[in-house]
Design a binder for this molecule. Structure first.
Ligand code: NAG
Ligand code: NAG
Ligand code: NAG
Ligand code: NAG
Ligand code: NAG
Length: 301
């Protein structure tokens, strides 16, 4: 039921009805990481600040209108150039993307008031700006989040491997984003919009998805120009449409908020906690099926 929600949102946005805006989701805005790059000793120049404010305002407006990715460039050939980008996760609804971008654009300049470069990864969106161009492939890993629970069940591990293999090979062919639900595995992969299809493929395969936290039943790997992740529960904002079946399926496909039997083994009330080891962050099951409250626990990086 994506379309009615979007229409409702656009309607409420246009008329600025607070009662409807309050129904916006509060998930997807947890901070996964943020970096203040190259702090200057003094305040930012007036021209940089002005361009930054305009660009971030533009991003919010664009997100409210259904844009999931954009770059902005100002004064590229003059003094105080500005390069900026935002991108929402491909599974987000327009409404959630907008809320996420709104939060990111409000948070980052406050978190890094003297930085000519800064980036923030929220659960649902990414924002970066800098005074030098960064619009190129970067395959360095920033963060790997792993579920502390392992599973040695070969069926589960094979299902994970198949789902990850599929999103990693599909994303470069589908404008940089793919998500699937298969055999109770929820997996997605996404590349930043300014890299091309072959770079996307290079980014997503620069580390084997299995190289972080072997056998973990959930993880998110954030590489500078792409990310991928999977869980045994639904962490998507909207679900992928099921692929057309070549033959009639004997059982109904996963739809709506169908939970897998595996996901049901996860205690919904367990408290998330993170520990850091060797640069890898770990989490156990979140309170809800979405990643929440990561903020306090990962700001040591
Ligand atoms: C903001 O958007 C306006 C209108 O689309 C455009 O003219 C301007 O160049 C943009 N500025 C920045 C810094 O993105
Ligand atoms: C970016 O900002 C830093 C710190 O203010 C400054 O030293 C550098 O010259 C700036 N770069 C450009 C291309 O203006
Ligand atoms: C951040 O998101 C929350 C939840 O939707 C919203 O209430 C809040 O207004 C947003 N903050 C900003 C600065 O956009
Ligand atoms: C840059 O500034 C931010 C915010 O003031 C601060 O949290 C961060 O530690 C600084 N980074 C460096 C490398 O000084
Ligand atoms: C999961 O496996 C990793 C190595 O594969 C190990 O370091 C970790 O302690 C295991 N976690 C649990 C909860 O068994």
């Amino acid at each position: 039921m994506v379309a009615p929600r979007v229409l409702l949102f656009l309607f409420s946005f246009t008329l600025l009805q607070p009662s409807l805006l309050q129904s916006a989701p509060t998930d997807f805005i947890s901070v996964i990481y943020q970096d203040c790059l190259r702090n200057s000793s003094s305040s930012l120049t007036t021209s940089f600040s002005r361009n930054l404010n305009i660009a971030l305002g533009n991003f919010s407006t664009m997100a409210s209108q259904g844009t999931y990715y954009s770059t902005a460039t100002a004064s590229a050939s003059g003094t105080d150039p500005l390069y900026a980008v935002f991108q929402c996760r491909g599974d987000l609804t327009v409404e959630t993307c907008y809320v996420c971008v709104q939060n990111a654009t409000a948070l980052l300049p406050n978190a890094c008031p003297k930085s000519v470069g800064a980036r923030i990864q929220l659960d649902g969106c990414f924002l970066r700006y800098d005074n030098r161009s960064f619009f190129s492939l970067d395959t360095n890993v920033r963060l790997a989040l792993c579920n502390v629970k392992n599973d040695s069940d070969i069926t589960t591990l094979t299902a994970i491997q198949n789902a990850m293999g599929r999103v990693i090979s599909l994303a470069p062919q589908q404008q940089g984003f793919a998500f699937v639900v298969e055999n109770a595995v929820y997996a997605e992969a996404q590349c930043i919009g300014y890299i091309d299809s072959s770079e996307c493929s290079e980014c997503l395969t620069s580390y084997s998805y299995g190289s972080f936290c072997v056998s973990s039943i959930g993880k998110g790997v954030f590489i500078r120009s792409c990310f991928y992740g999977f869980q045994l529960y639904n962490f998507f904002d909207r679900l992928p449409s099921p692929p057309p079946a070549p033959t009639p399926a004997p059982t109904a496909p996963l739809r709506g908020n169908a939970a897998s039997p595996l996901a049901d083994t996860v205690p919904a009330s367990s408290i998330m906690s993170l520990t850091e080891s060797n640069g890898h962050m770990q989490w156990n099951e979140p309170r809800s099926r979405k990643l929440q409250n990561l903020q306090d626990l990962i700001n040591t990086t």
